[in-house]
Design a binder for this molecule. Structure first.
Ligand code: MG
Length: 393
């Protein structure tokens, strides 16, 4: 038994407006295409995958299309979707028992759905996943969206909404493709199989198996990722901790969270010695696994002498962003016997929020005394603790 999956990702659909084909947009740390490929790579029933991509992607395939646990063939697609599937089918060998055709724009295809389609395809020769229509279904006519009228109301129970993956015996798909070459334009292979006279079995689809086409779909897809992976998935949410302490000395300004606070003493250090910014920077870098402030901005480097630590925090944020993260929120505690921090907290949080590129409500700074205990309690130093939550984008 040999089963091949053809993943159609040759479209240039840029309706999502990101300037990239939609299948190359990131969704929770993986591209939409990668999520689709991963589903077939992890299916124990699928032996090989043929991915049909744009010529640009085919010329330089990303790593997830190269080294995998099963063979992946990358080919450049055609103009219409059906041309791409035909090209993908040509890339399969003769000894194939079943071909499963999937739209890369459906990144949430589940292992269970793939199994169902394979079983039904083997049994019936052609099978499609579909959902019942829950809304009332009407046939309409008219020149465009603004001038259409209802021509009739369809019986809802006779209508289904069709998804992929669609499964075909190779001889069925071969005939369908031949029809497509003859000039019939369709949006799925099953339409061609029907026209070629084959019975196509309808199998229960999956409501989560949405097609990501519009910006609203992308929002929905992000919500699904957040719901299913956001809370529990270590790959999509990361936490980091940071701590710092600096000695209070005469003759230096006291800078905390980028704000100069009137006080007779200031913190001693190579930069402006802003212990709060340093703790937050370490929390942000730590969450991304991107090292720490000492590695990034060593105090042996003259560039950082007297540097604004708020600016260094901004650089750290840019770095983690380039690694695919965004800051979610930050919570910090400043431990200082004096001065009282409360009057400056608003200004501090708004400066930090700007550097972290988050809304002000996503930054919290709390002042604490050390109850007169130890060096901080004696007013010899100020310390800060911080935690930062990052999300993959
Ligand atoms: Mg420091």
């Amino acid at each position: 038994m040999k089963i091949v999956a053809i993943v159609a990702a040759g479209g240039r659909g840029e309706r999502l407006g990101a300037g990239l084909p939609k299948q190359l947009l990131l969704l929770g740390g993986r591209t939409i295409l990668q999520r689709s490929i991963d589903a077939f790579v992890s299916s124990s029933r699928v032996d090989e995958i043929v991915v049909v991509v744009t010529p640009e992607v085919a010329a330089d395939p990303p790593p997830y299309l190269r080294s995998r646990t099963k063979p992946i063939t990358v080919v450049a697609g055609g103009i219409r979707r059906q041309d791409s599937v035909a090209i993908g089918f040509e890339a399969t060998r003769d000894d194939v028992d079943l071909v499963v055709v999937h739209d890369a724009a459906r990144p949430f295809v589940s292992a269970a759905l793939i199994e169902r389609m394979i079983d039904a395809g083997l049994e019936a020769g052609a099978a499609i996943p579909a959902l019942r229509a829950r809304d009332t279904v009407k046939e309409v006519a008219g020149p465009d969206d603004t001038a259409r009228v209802v021509t009739r109301t369809l019986a809802r129970e006779t209508v289904v909404l069709v998804q992929t993956p669609q499964a075909f015996r190779p001889q069925v798909l071969r005939e369908a493709i031949r029809l497509g070459r003859a000039g019939v334009d369709v949006t799925d292979e099953a339409s061609l199989a029907e026209r070629a006279g084959h019975r196509v079995r309808v199998v229960e689809g999956d409501p989560r198996n949405i097609k990501v086409t519009t910006p609203e779909d992308l929002e929905m897809a992000k919500a699904i990722v957040e719901l299913t992976e956001g809370v529990h998935g270590p790959a999509s949410t990361r936490i980091g901790a940071g701590y710092d302490i600096h000695r209070l000395v005469a003759g230096r300004p006291l800078v905390l969270g980028g704000v100069v606070i009137p006080f007779p003493l200031g913190l001693e250090g190579h930069s402006d010695a802003d212990a709060l910014c340093h703790a937050i920077t370490d929390a942000v870098l730590g969450a991304a696994g991107a090292g720490d402030i000492g590695q990034l901005f060593p105090d042996t480097d003259a560039r950082w002498k007297g540097a604004s630590s708020l600016e260094l925090l901004g650089r750290a944020v840019t770095l983690v962003q380039s690694n695919g993260f965004r800051v979610g929120n930050v919570d910090a505690v400043v431990i200082a016997e004096q001065p009282r921090l409360a009057p400056f907290v608003g200004e501090i949080t708004s400066k930090l929020a700007a550097a972290l590129e988050v809304p002000a409500g996503h930054v919290s700074v709390k002042g604490k005394t050390h109850e007169g205990l130890g060096e901080i309690g004696r007013g010899e130093a100020i310390a800060a603790h911080a935690v930062a939550l990052l999300r993959t984008v």
